[in-house]
Ligand binder design. Sequence first.
Ligand SMILES: Nc1ncnc2c1ncn2[C@@H]1O[C@H](COP(=O)(O)OP(=O)(O)OP(=O)(O)O)[C@@H](O)[C@H]1O
Ligand SMILES: [Mg+2]
Length: 359
Amino acid sequence: MAAISRLDVLRLRNLSEVHIAPAESINILFGDNGSGKTSLLEAIHLLGLGRSFRSQKLEPLIQDGLEDCVVFGELQDGVSIGLSKTRKQGGHVLKLLGERQRSWVDAARHLPVQILNSESFSLLEGSPKVRRRFLDWGVFHVEHEFVNNWRKAAKCIAHRNLLLKERSLDRKQLQAWDVELVRLARQLDESRRSYFTLFHPLFQETLRKLIELPNLTISYSRGWDDSKSLEEVFSESLARDIKYGVTQNGPHRADLIVRVGRLGAEEVLSRGQQKLLVSAMKVAQGHLLSQVNGVRGVYLVDDLPSELDFANRRRVCELLVGLECQVFLTCVDQAELENCWSSALLPRKFHVEHGKISQ
Ligand SMILES: Nc1ncnc2c1ncn2[C@@H]1O[C@H](COP(=O)(O)OP(=O)(O)OP(=O)(O)O)[C@@H](O)[C@H]1O
Ligand SMILES: [Mg+2]
C-alpha cells in the first residue's frame, strides 16, 4: 500500500506551511479558486515523479520571494520520501528513508502516482510522447529491468543521431550502435507488448462500467513497421534518417492508437466522453498495478466535476473507490462531490483557504 499517512508541504506556491494526515482512501480538498488545491496535488506529484504536472520550470514552484520549497511524505508502510528544491543551480535533494538518492527510480517505485486533470485530455489529442509516457509508467512499475533498457536505448539513439548529423557518415560506428539498439528495441517492445496484453482486457472492463463505446479500439504500435525487422527498417530509411539527422523509427516512436471506428477518439468524442475514456485508461493501470505487484497507487484527481454530469461523476467515484487506492480529489464547492459515495464511505474533507488547509 502506497498511501500517504502524513504530508508536509513548505513554501510551495501559496502553501507556506501545510501539515495534513490524509485518509488511506478518499480525500476531498475543497476551496475557492486560487486557494491552493492544485498546488497540494502538485506537491504529491513531485514526491512520486520528481516533476510537476504544471510546469517544467522550478521557478514558479517555489513561493515568491523565498529560496526553497520542501515536500515530505510518510507512507503507511513506514517509508518516507523527502524532497527539497532551491533556486540555486542544481539545488535539488531527494531522500528516501533519510538516504540521499541519485535517481528517482526507487522513490517512484514506492509511490506510484497517477493524475487525472484537464491536461489528461492530451492522452488522446496530444503527441505520441504523452501516450508513450502513460504506457511506460505502467511498464516501469511492473517490470524492473525496463527503465535500464530504456536508458540504454535512449543513449544509443542519441549517439546514432549525432552520427547521422556528421558530414561524412561513419558507417562502421553506425552499425555498432544499430546492433545494440536493435537488441534493446526488441526487449522494450516485448515489455511493452506484454504489459499491453494485460492492460487491454482490464481497460475494456473498466470502460464498460463508465460508458458504452462499442466502436472504440485501442492498440499498441511498437514504433516501426510491424512486418519488418528493425534492421531492415534502419537500412531502408537510412537516406531519410541522414536527411533529417534523426532516427525516424524505433522504440522511441512507440504509441497507443485510440480510435472510434476509423477516426481518432479525440475527433469524435465529446469532452465528457473523453474524460470518461481517459479515466478508464488511468484506472485500468491502477488495477493492473495492484494485480501484478500488489501495489496500490495514489490517484490525484483535479476538478473531477468539470465536464461530467452527476451520474458520470458518481460512476468515476465508484471506480476510484473500487481501486482501493488513496485518492485526492479537488473541487470548489464540496456539494459537487456530495452523494457520489456509498453511505458506508466517509471521505476525509479538507478545506483549503488562502494556502492554509484544515481538516
Ligand atoms: N510561486 C508562487 N508563489 C506564491 N504564490 C503562487 C506561486 N505560484 C502560484 N501561486 C498562487 O497560488 C495560488 C494557488 O493556486 P492553485 O492553482 O493551487 O489554486 P486552486 O485552489 O487549485 O484554484 P482553482 O480552483 O482555480 O483551480 C494561486 O493564487 C496562485 O496565484
Ligand atoms: Mg486548481
